[in-house]
Design a protein around this ligand. Structure first.
Ligand code: ZN
Length: 122
């Protein structure tokens, strides 16, 4: 099973709406959001995951699980930083659950850099 198939399968199982920009290419235009906003970035709105443009497949899959973690989350966190940190942790647990137990060190470093964009304590 390739990454795209896995993402579709998990979306179905978790009952989330998937908008994958690789498939839904006209989404940025329709949403009036610059295309660049979706490069290496994904979003979740309500029950929908808007999966951005990734060259790196590991980043794509872990970002998908990160957004899924946000959707499934019911906890309140005292800061955005703590919330993001928890969501990244959960995203790796979800990936494991769905058959991807390991990610490269580069991917781990990448997500830690993503986390740095949220200031601690805010
Ligand atoms: Zn997040």
């Amino acid at each position: 099973m390739n990454i795209e198939e896995l993402i579709r399968e998990v979306s179905k199982k978790e009952k989330v709406i998937l908008t994958d920009l690789k498939v839904n290419k006209d989404y940025p235009i329709k949403a009036h959001i610059p295309y660049d906003s979706f490069v290496n970035r994904s979003f979740s709105v309500g029950n929908e995951i808007i999966l951005g443009i990734y060259k790196n497949q590991e980043r794509k899959i872990i970002s998908f699980f990160h957004e899924l973690a946000h959707i499934k989350n019911t906890k309140n966190y005292s800061s955005k930083y703590l919330e993001e940190k928890a969501m990244w942790k959960i995203s790796f647990q979800l990936a494991k659950k769905y058959g991807i137990p390991k990610f490269s060190k580069k991917t781990t470093e990448w997500y830690k850099n993503q986390l740095k964009s949220y200031n601690k304590g805010k």
